[in-house]
Structures are given as structure tokens and as C-alpha cells.
Design a protein around this ligand. Structure first.
Ligand SMILES: *[C@@H]1O[C@H](CO)[C@@H](O)[C@H](O)[C@H]1NC(C)=O
Ligand SMILES: *[C@@H]1O[C@H](CO)[C@@H](O)[C@H](O)[C@H]1NC(C)=O
Ligand SMILES: *[C@@H]1O[C@H](CO)[C@@H](O)[C@H](O)[C@H]1NC(C)=O
Ligand SMILES: *[C@@H]1O[C@H](CO)[C@@H](O)[C@H](O)[C@H]1NC(C)=O
Length: 402
């Protein structure tokens, strides 16, 4: 989804840095930013557990749990799993200056047993029983695999620990894609989701509007071959230490507001709701992804469809029995889904969200009130409580867990 976010911020930061002078010493960086997620949440009064799960194909994922809110356990907290988007991690759900205003903290304080998942390849998913992330084979996965392996392993683990038969689910962007993948290809999993809330989920791509990413997407085959040939299946490669470079250029320097503008402008217009105080956290928590994850979205943007990986005609015939990759059969999804979208989201665009909701069997949409609400407002808005959390919890509370 965010194929160019790095390039965009990076190029601006890079050219800007030619004149910029570093104007800070390390003491000026908020020390919270150097803490691990669990330590950080504990420091702000939340109970946190760390769990490690193993997927059926050998990836080891660290996930976090806030079993209840700050003031102790309410009555029978209800499990809810939150899954981040591409380039993100569980950290996406704890952004904000006040941790009680983060998605994780707020839901924990409102009677939920909050689980924060992490996909393979992220900061919390760089382990495998055999493969090492330095090995290109570690990175040969797309969101298809996250949906078919990481998500069911996480759901089964949570249901086992909590003794429940079903849970609630929140997915942002790719967090929505992986739900569509799992629920459509393994419909037997649907009964484990009592209700699903997706914010700016990435599915259909006919209305995708990011012109620069669209232009790059046309070259998906060449880019894939290049990655294979050079053995660089991680994006951006970790030897670049991209978050480190960005953070030393953009956090606490004269470049900071410049970098912030680049970030805001990335998705088009400023909604006026982004909380830029958390910009350093955003930079600090960026993670790498697999090249295939990015190129799978690129294939779909190019095809204007939501399909499985395109191996090229010959291999498609061999694998799928047809020349074009099959579309994900999302029409099989009967789970109650509510899609939250913004009208100024150029990646998960309104037309695609409404179309997906027509195809899903039990779906409603919630259009965000601010007409300039964009893809990132779901992660960084200052006004979460009123415009997102309250209506979302009110809706989820109408469902029972089995
Ligand atoms: C927790 O308890 C304190 C003291 O009773 C109260 O001031 C605060 O609002 C409570 N917080 C939550 C999230 O319930
Ligand atoms: C969160 O904490 C801040 C600072 O302590 C407080 O002003 C705010 O009202 C709290 N918000 C909620 C939703 O409890
Ligand atoms: C469920 O938990 C039990 C006890 O902790 C464990 O032995 C079992 O392997 C778990 N099952 C799954 C499917 O995770
Ligand atoms: C959607 O799911 C809810 C909860 O399971 C159910 O009450 C409702 O009848 C379903 N609606 C449709 C159109 O199937």
C-alpha cells in the first residue's frame, strides 16, 4: 500500500539535509521512544503480557495483550484482536500522546481484553524456526500468507488462552486485507469472528488514486525479477536502516516540520486532524516488509482487482488452472463486518469500500464525518474518541460472543 512512503519522505529528507544542520543532542528525544512496546505501556499504567506464537509454517510472532484497563479487570473482558497495516506493527494501536487515547488503551479501559497482533517480517515477527531474516527465503511471503497462516494462528491462540469460541477483530488497511484472505479462502474460520471492524481496509483496487504508486505498479514484474536476481526480498532492506536514517534526519532536527509536511502531503490533502506530536513515534516504529507484500498490492492496483499472486500466465495455469490469478471469493464472507472509511483516502478509496460492502454478505459502512479524513487519520487523528472510538464501541457492544 505505502510503496512510496519511504521514497517520498526519504527524497525530501535527503535533499533537505544537504543544507540542514543537526540541531539537537540525543537528550532532546522523548525517552519513551526508546522503550519497547510492553515497557512503554506498563510505564503508562497498563497491564501488558507478551506472548510468542508459532505459525504452521514456522514463523515466530510476538504479540501483546492488555487483559484489562488501568483500573483493573471489569466484568469478563471481551477479547478483541487488532491487526496493523503494512509498514506498521502493534505500535500503531498505541500511538498518541495520552495512552488512554490509543486504540489499545481505550478499548482496555472500556471492558475489552485487547490483543495486539504482529505479522511476519515486522519488528516483532523476525524469527522463524529455520530461516533467518538475512536469508531471502525468509521474505518470500505476501499478505496472502499473513492471512492464511499468521492470522489463524493468532486467533486460535487467543481463543485457546481465553477459553472463548469467538472474538472481535479490528484491522487497519492490510489488517483488513488479511481478514478477507482468511475468511474467503478458509470459511470455516468465519465462526471465530463475532464481529469485524475494518478501518480503511485494502481489498478492491478499481478506485485507487495514488498516481505515482500506480505508475510504479505497472512495473511489478520487472521489480519482482530484480528483487529475485539481487536476493533482496526485504523492503526496504534492513542494511539500509531506514527508520534509523529517517529518525536522525527528521526527529528533533530543523528538518522536522519539513518531514511532517512530506508525510501529510503523501496522502493528498491535510485533514487537519493528524496529531503531529506523535510524528517521532511514527518514525521510530516503522518496520520493513517483504517485497512480495508490496508487489502483490501493485499487481492488484494494476489489475484493478483483488486477486491471488500473479505468477505469470504459464505458472498461473500450472498452479491455479487458469491464465489469470483467481479473485479472492469475498462473496463467501458472512461475518458481520463494518467498514470505516474516509472520503479523502486515496488508497482505500470510497468507491472500492462501498463495492466491497455490497459484495460481503453482512456488511455496513461508516463514512467518517470530516470530508478530508484520509488513510492515516485512522492511526493518528487527534479526535479519535468522539469520531471513531465511541461509535465503534457502541456498534461492537450490540454483538455477543459465542
Ligand atoms: C481510574 O480510577 C481513577 C481513580 O478512581 C479515576 O480518576 C480514573 O478516571 C479511572 N480511569 C479509568 C480509565 O476508568
Ligand atoms: C486521558 O488522560 C488525559 C491526561 O491524563 C486526560 O486529560 C483525558 O481526559 C483522558 N482521556 C480519557 C478518555 O480517559
Ligand atoms: C491450548 O492450550 C493448551 C494449554 O496451554 C496447550 O497445551 C495446547 O497446545 C493449546 N492448543 C492450541 C491449539 O494452541
Ligand atoms: C448479520 O449478522 C447479525 C449478527 O449475527 C444478524 O443478526 C443479522 O441478521 C445478519 N444480517 C444479515 C443480512 O444476514
Amino acid at each position: 500500500m505505502c510503496l512510496l512512503i519511504y521514497f517520498n519522505i526519504f527524497s525530501i529528507a535527503f535533499f533537505g539535509s544537504i543544507q540542514a544542520q543537526r540541531s539537537f543532542d540525543d537528550n532532546s528525544i522523548d525517552p519513551d521512544l526508546l522503550l519497547d512496546l510492553d515497557v512503554l505501556l506498563k510505564k503508562h499504567g497498563y497491564p501488558v503480557e507478551t506472548h510468542e506464537i508459532k505459525t504452521d509454517d514456522g514463523y515466530l510472532l510476538t504479540i501483546f495483550r492488555l487483559p484489562h484497563g488501568k483500573n483493573g479487570s471489569g466484568v469478563n473482558p471481551r477479547p478483541i484482536l487488532m491487526m496493523h497495516g503494512m509498514f506498521g506493527t502493534a505500535y500503531n494501536f498505541v500511538y498518541t500522546e495520552y495512552f488512554n487515547m490509543s486504540k489499545a488503551g481505550y478499548f482496555a479501559d472500556h471492558g475489552y481484553d485487547v490483543w495486539l497482533g504482529n505479522a511476519r517480517g515486522t519488528t516483532y515477527g523476525r524469527k522463524h524456526v529455520k530461516l533467518h531474516p538475512k536469508n531471502a527465503d525468509f521474505w518470500k511471503f505476501s499478505y496472502h500468507d499473513i492471512g492464511l497462516h499468521d492470522l489463524p494462528a493468532t486467533v486460535d491462540y487467543i481463543l485457546n488462552v481465553t477459553g472463548r469460541n469467538s472474538l472481535f477483530y479490528i484491522g487497519h488497511s492490510q489488517g483488513g486485507t488479511i481478514f478477507y484472505v482468511l475468511a474467503s479462502l478458509r470459511p470455516e474460520y468465519q465462526k471465530k469472528f463475532a464481529q469485524v471492524s475494518l478501518t480503511a481496509p485494502a481489498g478492491f483496487m478499481a478506485h485507487y488514486q495514488m498516481t505515482r504508486i500506480k505508475a510504479v505498479s505497472r512495473h511489478h514484474r520487472t521489480l519482482y525479477e530484480l528483487a529475485l536476481k539481487t536476493n533482496n526480498m526485504e523492503f526496504p532492506p534492513s542494511w539500509l536502516n531506514f527508520p534509523g536514517i529517517l529518525s536522525s534526519l527528521c526527529v528533533g532536527t530543523v528538518m522536522e516540520s519539513f518531514c511532517q509536511r512530506a508525510f501529510i502531503n503523501f496522502n493528498g490533502e491535510d485533514s487537519g486532524e493528524l496529531d503531529m506530536k506523535i510524528f517521532p513515534m511514527l518514525i521510530h516504529s516503522l518496520t520493513t516488509t517483504s517485497v512480495m507484500q508490496n508487489l502483490h498490492y501493485a499487481q492488484n492496483i494494476n489489475a484493478e482487482k483483488f486477486r491471488q499472486w500473479d505468477h505469470g500466465k504459464e505458472k498461473n495455469l500450472e498452479i491455479y488452472g487458469q491464465a489469470e490469478p483467481p479473485e479472492y471469493p469475498v462473496e463467501k464472507i458472512e461475518v458481520p463486518v463494518r467498514i470505516y472509511y474516509g472520503c479523502n483516502d486515496k488508497m482505500a478509496a470510497e468507491g472500492d469500500q462501498e463495492e466491497m460492502c455490497r459484495v460481503l454478505k453482512n456488511c455496513t459502512t461508516h463514512k467518517m464525518g470530516n470530508p478530508k479524513w484520509n488513510h492515516f487519520d485512522f492511526l493518528f487523528s487527534k479526535n479519535f474518541e468522539k469520531v471513531l472510538f465511541e461509535p465503534m464501541i457502541k456498534h461492537i457492544d450490540t454483538y455477543e460472543l459465542s
